[in-house]
Design a protein around this ligand. Structure first.
Ligand SMILES: Cc1cc2nc3c(=O)[nH]c(=O)nc-3n(C[C@H](O)[C@H](O)[C@H](O)COP(=O)(O)OP(=O)(O)OC[C@H]3O[C@@H](n4cnc5c(N)ncnc54)[C@H](O)[C@@H]3O)c2cc1C
Length: 292
């Protein structure tokens, strides 16, 4: 592993100051939250920014807030560990807490952030599928002002997001799940939390009696971005949750993904696992929905 190359380390106190530094640094500058992704890439020589702009000392950026009216807000520097254990998230968004708790190991969760996990734009990011299934929005600020973007429009490819120029994500918000809805995230990796996710599946299911009224299903690590599985969703709507329909939905989800072979798993393994995890995530989400 290479030594880190020389870089300037800047610690702005406000979002505006961070954006100013980011804009003036141009292609040489990089934002850093926990640094658990970024510093690894720098150590491997995959990224060589000359200016690192830490977001950690910006007041209020680590806020986690919940209200029955507006739902959940997670600030850009809120730690994975804090999201995993926050009482409101555990109570109202258990799948979001579980995804954060299932990310990496305790050391990484104590440094890394949920927003950093999204901005890194890895197709294997553990927090993306659940937040996508639950209809999250990212709040963006740049030199040109503020804008909001559905998370579904945020991922553009491996390592690529919809952020433009000197824009940063200041927070993300997740609406309160509709009545009768539940969500779940399941993932598999070769060596537990020592490895990133080989296949992940998140579902949010809204039940009407014992019938699936609506479902949103996302698959991780089986395409260039986390992928939605609209055909699998469609087959579930208006049907009771049964093993047969879950198997069918899993088969369709498999056809909607585009897994490759990499160091985490073979395309063949992924192809077999998508159906299993998709079916199980829908079933777990529907159980949660029925228990609410
Ligand atoms: C040992 C180890 C195990 C890991 N295991 C997992 C795992 O199981 N699952 C998983 O999903 N990930 C895993 N990761 C990856 C990583 O820890 C997570 O992606 C983490 O959430 C990143 O957060 P961070 O705050 O450290 O991001 P950083 O490293 O600070 O940033 C990541 C990227 O996002 C950009 N960025 C950060 N914040 C913002 C912002 N607010 N606005 C715009 N851009 C921003 C940075 O410029 C950088 O490009 C692992 C990493 C390590 C080292």
């Amino acid at each position: 592993m290479k030594r880190l190359s020389y870089f300037e380390y800047r610690v702005p106190k406000t979002v505006e100051e961070a954006i100013e530094l980011f804009e003036s640094g141009g292609a040489d500058a990089r934002l850093m939250a926990g640094g658990t992704d970024l510093l690894m890439k720098m150590k491997h020589g995959a990224m060589t920014p000359k200016i690192l702009i830490s977001l950690k000392k910006i007041d209020g950026l680590d806020t986690i807030a919940f209200s029955e009216k507006t739902g959940l807000t997670i600030g850009a520097t809120a730690l994975l560990a804090d999201v995993a254990s926050h009482p409101d998230i555990v109570e109202h968004y258990p799948a979001v807490a579980e995804a954060a708790r299932g990310t990496a190991n305790v050391q990484v969760r104590n440094m890394g952030t949920v927003v950093g996990n999204l901005c890194n734009a890895s197709p294997a990011a553990d927090n993306a599928p659940t937040l996508l299934a639950m209809g999250a929005t990212v709040h963006i600020q740049g030199a040109g002002g503020k804008r909001d973007l559905p998370l579904e429009e945020f991922f553009k490819g491996p390592g690529l997001t919809a952020l433009r120029g000197a824009e940063m994500v200041t927070s993300l918000s997740v609406p309160l799940p509709p009545a009768g809805a539940g969500a779940a995230y399941l993932s598999l990796s070769a060596r537990g939390k020592l490895d990133c996710t080989a296949v992940g599946a998140a579902a949010m299911v809204t039940m009407k009696g014992d019938v699936c009224d609506d479902v949103r299903l996302f698959i991780a690590s089986c395409g260039p971005t986390p992928l939605r599985a609209p055909g699998a969703e469609q087959i579930m709507r208006g049907k009771p949750i049964s093993d047969d329909i879950l198997e069918k939905a899993g088969e369709i989800a498999t056809g909607e993904a585009s897994p490759i072979t990499d160091l985490r798993a073979s395309a063949d393994y992924r192809t077999r696992i998508i159906a299993v995890l998709a079916g199980r995530a829908i079933k777990a989400a529907s159980k949660r929905a029925l228990a609410r």
